[in-house]
Design a protein around this ligand. Structure first.
Ligand code: FAD
Length: 857
């Protein structure tokens, strides 16, 4: 037999790759007492820094930050010579690490892994390499790097060129001398921007072929900044811990101020300071909203473009070199040294491929649509098949032979970027769905390695032999990753973050944008909850705490975090008057909602005095359909304009006359005062519709929370007492039953703004216990719901009121009422009305206004 299985080549863990990730993984596994081997295509360690030897190759996160932090002794033994170290220095560092911990003895170099398949019966992975090795392991870890699979050049005629062709990501070890040569460089991403100035120094001519101009800031490289070194050395632990719990893996604090909230002079001062500092993060973190607010982002783009215009003498070349057409930061920002100035040299030329595309590479050079050019050498700086390329290049088969490549055909699916359902005992380091390339990868690599090693120790300790992500946990994580990305401007760019640089690759945002800190918290929380979302199997049986680690939509989570930071007292700890003031103060911070044609305040006669209303008029001729709206606030808080942004939205989007009517509040006026007022308002509006500009035959009611309770009740009373014809009811997170025993009161009792105790406080102020079963308080308790108007009932997953809303929708359906029932996943009681603030509920709002349009058609 030629294969080595006969040699008993079995390990606890097989790792693929001996870059920064593979090296640390080996060390950790060895320390934890696991047998492990790393298999590496290259003939030495280093990964990225082994392969990318092009002139000018450097890191773009400062070297003090872009280094291992796991061993303070190691840190003290290595001194970086520059702020942004060169590739040779980083490679020497990784070689030093390999030597220091004697890691090479567990690495098989010049060994490419071709196939890995899970043997369910034996409970192990079978690995095949290009050397014919066959080895097995209980666990299989891909430490294959996010930027390690070169993207194939997609230019016709590559094979025809008579001279040498170089790839920045596979650069010859002996280096290249371009002296006196006419050189073409294709690609102006990070590698192109780093290498072009140095190639230009040697070459007799350099022609740069550019498809997309990138935004680049000056590196302002030099010796390591003294204050940076001092900051680190003063308290290493605190500094590194700060990095671990930072947004991007570098301990700098971000501003919480939106761009336009800062006055223009101060904005410019911050931008200039970030520019002079020369790094990837400072400008972005000088404002809170540059990756979510297109207008703010555009202003900063202009700042970058003006800088290019200052540096590049020829105006046409300058314009061509300006980043445009995609938001700043939505592709990785580049750091440059003399890049733009290179184009002021007579020997440098820029070819804009949008104007003059390449037709073909020829034997002598390159033909574009405009001319034939001759070259002595061509350099491809065309990047990588990022994040998934190196993983799916291996034929990985999981349970029942399923192929990872097929499972990921429409985009990668992972749980936490660490594991994949259907592939037991399989892990990826910095895989898709983790912060990876959006972070300082040294920090992200350490976190993944430590998490995986701890998981293996846990399994060993608990007597489990395998672990696998559940399908539900994985699906929810994929949704969470996408939800986050969709809140930002990132998906607007044709970037490698989106897989858009590789023809045929699905367009999916690959990394997790929630931040290194939030992500680390997620991973820690998964462990704390007994590996939530993982099935652990041992000889004695299996254990699985299945579930969703982050059920809350990301923007809702941000809102909750913001509110928590304000440290306000709970409403139910206040007097009603103080609670009203606190609500008013928060409402003043909201975006106002869309423009409507006119807003008119008025007064209508109620049963116990005047009731005020606010009318939102749409810009349509003639009599408009009417929506009578009842605000939320637990019958205690609120007024006719307290849900103003949402009323404006309904008016503008459904072209209805929205009349938000006030009603008497508890505890001053207890049940059934609010009901009596609501009924009186509906009767009066129906009778005076034309005077108000509305169509009396076309009336719907709507309401939120306690207002939805009133809307439901007035529909019942109008039907029972021959009241006005109501064509539809929109009930948003309605109170339908004064009963606290449903599971949502337990599951969502706390943490989502409307708490169980606040709901109890509302009810206690509103209604005697004896009255709570009265259908005018608890419409779910009505004897019959037959004949009620068509309804849309909207419930939020993370709302104590969820189950009573669901119960009302079900009861209406059972009574033969036409019902649309929307169950908004990841939303809370207050988020569905948050116009222009909670984007993840935009779609729910659209469906609500569509329902109204349907009622009033
Ligand atoms: C030019 C450049 C500059 C960068 N600068 C920074 C920076 O400043 N800051 C930052 O955070 N990140 C930077 N990165 C990202 C960089 O890739 C990571 O920081 C880090 O080096 C990744 O380490 P890794 O071990 O995960 O992967 P890699 O370093 O890519 O190592 C993966 C290894 O796996 C091997 N491999 C892959 N497939 C197989 C297989 N089938 N069989 C055997 N071996 C295989 C590869 O040969 C490779 O050696 C940069 C990337 C590039 C390309």
């Amino acid at each position: 037999m030629t294969n080595r299985e006969s040699d008993g080549q079995h390990f606890d863990v097989i790792a693929v790759g001996a870059g920064m990730a593979g090296l640390y993984l080996l060390k950790k596994l060895r320390d934890a007492g696991f047998s492990a081997v790393a298999l590496e295509t290259a003939d030495d360690v280093g990964g990225t820094w082994y392969w990318n030897r092009y002139p000018g190759a450097r890191c773009d996160i400062e070297s003090l930050d872009y280094s291992y932090s796991f061993d303070p002794e190691l840190e003290k033994e290595w001194q970086w010579s520059e702020r942004y170290a060169t590739q040779p220095e980083i490679l020497r560092y990784l070689q030093f690490v390999a030597n220091r911990y004697d890691l090479r003895r567990d690495i098989r170099f010049s060994t490419r892994v071709d196939r890995a398949s899970w043997d369910e019966d034996a409970g192990l992975w079978r690995i095949t390499t290009d050397n014919g090795d066959r080895i097995t392991a209980q666990f299989y870890v891909m430490a294959t790097g996010c930027l390690s699979m070169p993207k194939e050049p997609d230019v016709p005629g590559v094979d025809r060129f008579g001279g040498p062709i170089y790839f920045t990501n596979r650069w010859p070890h002996e280096g290249v001398d371009f002296s006196g040569k006419r050189v073409a460089v294709i690609g102006t991403g990070s590698s192109g921007i780093q290498s072009i100035p140095l190639i230009a120094e040697q070459a007799s001519q350099i022609t740069v072929f550019q498809r997309t101009a990138n935004y680049a800031a000056p590196a302002n490289n030099g010796p390591v900044r003294r204050e940076h070194r001092e900051q680190l050395e003063e308290d290493r632990n605190a500094y590194r811990e700060g990095a671990r719990w930072s947004r991007a893996g570098v301990p700098i604090s971000g501003s919480t101020e939106p761009f336009f909230s800062v006055e223009p002079g101060e904005r410019m001062r911050r931008l200039e300071a970030g520019w002079t500092r020369g790094d990837l993060l400072t400008i972005n973190s000088s404002f809170a909203d540059l990756v979510v607010n297109a207008a703010a982002n555009f202003e900063v783009q202009e700042f970058f473009r003006d800088k290019v215009r200052e540096k590049v003498l020829d105006p046409l070349t300058a314009e061509d070199l300006c980043g445009k057409d995609f938001p700043l930061f939505s592709k990785r920002l580049c750091l440059e040294t003399n890049y733009f100035e290179t184009f002021n040299s007579p020997k440098a030329k820029l070819v804009n491929l949008h104007r003059t595309p390449i037709k073909s590479i020829t034997e002598a050079g390159i033909d574009t649509s405009a001319e034939s050019m001759e070259f002595d050498a061509i350099v491809f700086a065309t990047g990588f098949d990022a994040m998934t390329g190196a993983i799916v290049a291996v034929d990985i088969r999981g349970r029942d032979g399923i192929e990872l490549k097929n499972v990921w055909a429409e985009g990668p699916k992972t749980y936490l970027g660490l594991s994949v359902h259907g592939f037991p005992n399989f892990f990826t380091i910095t895989g898709p769905g983790s912060p990876s390339v959006l972070s300082n990868m040294a920090v992200s690599i350490e976190q993944h390695v430590e998490w995986i090693t701890a998981a293996l120790e846990h399994l060993r300790g608990e007597g489990f032999h395998s672990i696998e992500a559940t399908s539900a946990a994985q699906e929810s994580w994929v949704t969470h990753v996408n939800d986050y990305a969709n809140l930002t401007l990132y998906p607007q760019a044709n970037s490698w973050y989106m897989g858009a640089n590789v023809p045929g690759k699905p367009r999916v945002f690959l990394p997790y944008i929630g931040g290194v800190d939030r992500y680390r918290q997620v991973c820690d929380d998964v462990v704390k909850r007994d590996y939530l979302g993982f099935e652990q199997v041992g000889n004695a049986g299996s254990r699985c705490n299945d579930g969703v680690i982050r059920p809350v939509k990301p923007d809702v989570q941000l809102l909750l975090e913001l509110l928590a930071s304000l440290d306000q007292p709970p409403l139910d700890s206040l007097t009603p008057e103080a609670a009203r003031q606190q609500m008013e103060a928060s409402a003043a911070q909201r975006p106002p909602g869309p423009e409507v044609d006119e807003i008119i305040d008025g007064i209508l006669p109620g049963p116990a005095g005047e009731l005020d209303y606010r009318l939102y008029k749409p810009a349509i001729p003639g009599l408009a359909p009417i929506v009578i709206y009842f605000h939320g606030g637990g019958w205690v808080l609120g007024h006719a304009s307290s849900d103003e942004p949402f009323c404006r939205y309904l008016c503008a989007e459904s072209n209805a006359l929205v009349i938000s009517v006030n009603y008497r509040h508890a505890p001053e006026a207890r049940f059934p005062a609010a009901v009596d007022d609501a009924v009186a308002a509906v009767n009066w509006i129906a009778a005076n519709a034309e005077f108000l500009g509305g169509d009396s035959h076309n009336i719907a009611v709507a309401g939120w929370s306690a207002g939805a309770n009133l809307a439901a009740v007035v529909c019942q009373l109008a039907l029972a007492h021959d009241g006005p014809a109501i064509k539809g009811q929109l009930l948003i997170t309605p109170v339908t039953d004064g009963d606290f025993t449903r599971p949502s009161y337990r599951d969502n009792a706390e943490g989502y703004i409307l708490t169980r105790s606040l709901m109890e406080w509302f009810w206690d102020h509103y209604c005697d216990v004896d009255d709570r079963h009265d259908p005018r308080a608890s419409p779910l308790r009505a004897q019959s719901l037959t004949g009620l108007p068509p309804a849309m009932v909207v419930t939020a997953e993370l709302d104590p009121l969820r189950d009573e809303g669901n119960a009302y929708a079900d009861a209406l359906k059972a009574a033969g009422v036409q019902v649309q029932h929307l169950q908004a996943a990841g939303q809370i009681h207050t988020s569905l009305l948050a116009v222009d603030a909670i984007m993840t509920s935009d779609n729910t709002r659209r469906l609500m206004k569509d329902a109204l349009i349907g009622f009033l058609r």
